[in-house]
Design a protein around this ligand. Structure first.
Ligand SMILES: [Zn+2]
Length: 208
């Protein structure tokens, strides 16, 4: 699997990481600015991406980030206390001046998750590489009830693995049905970068 990440930078603030807990200063909280929206999906050869056809985003510390796209990794990239989850979703956001913030949501097997069905149902159709309509997506319902999260500074997890990415990994995993997870694995199995050294970075637990 490492061959796919050969062009990643050799920086010292890389992602993903194993999160063993949080400490340190408490940054400003996360607020969602998501709503119902038509969605559109594409497969980029590494994962399947979902975009919204109307403006979505988040606010972190009073700073607005626009939603760019959401995609998945299976299994998860981040681990919690060494535990890997069945899947991880990355909601990628960007400020007007190019700053990146990624909200990570971990997923574990459980009940079928209806709000996620437009995405999981669309993954096979998107495999051909063309844009596929996802229908109406209830974006707020994709998130777990709690937005408590671990915050740290890291990188993109695909080449060029650029640093300066603000990470917000939600502590509460969502459940997906076994069939939904199987659909993700069938499209892109093992598209997860191994955990990277923390190198003394602060990981902050943010309760909100
Ligand atoms: Zn990702």
């Amino acid at each position: 699997m490492s061959s796919g990440f050969g062009s990643c930078s050799s920086g010292t603030a890389q992602s993903p990481i194993d999160v063993g807990g949080g400490s340190g200063l408490s940054p400003a909280p996360l607020a969602l600015a998501y709503s119902l929206s038509e969605g559109e999906m594409t497969d980029n050869g590494h994962t399947t991406e979902l975009r919204a056809l109307t403006a979505q985003g988040i606010t972190v510390g009073g700073k607005e980030y626009a939603f760019k796209q959401m995609h998945f990794h299976a299994p998860s990239e981040h681990t919690l206390g060494g535990a890997r989850y069945d899947a991880e979703f990355h909601f990628v956001h960007q400020t007007d001046d190019g700053g990146l913030a990624v909200v990570g949501i971990l997923a574990t097997v459980g009940a079928t998750n209806a709000p996620w069905a437009p995405f999981t149902d669309g993954v096979p159709a998107a495999a051909g590489g063309q844009k596929v309509p996802a229908g109406v997506v209830d974006f707020p319902a994709l998130f777990p009830a709690s937005l408590d999260h671990f915050a740290y500074d890291g990188s993109l997890t695909t080449p060029p693995c650029s640093e300066g990415v603000r990470w917000l990994l939600l502590e509460t995993p969502i459940e997906l049905g076994a069939g939904q997870l199987a659909t993700l694995r069938a499209a892109h199995a093992g598209n997860s970068r191994p955990v990277q050294p923390l190198n003394g970075r602060d990981v902050v637990a943010v309760d909100r």
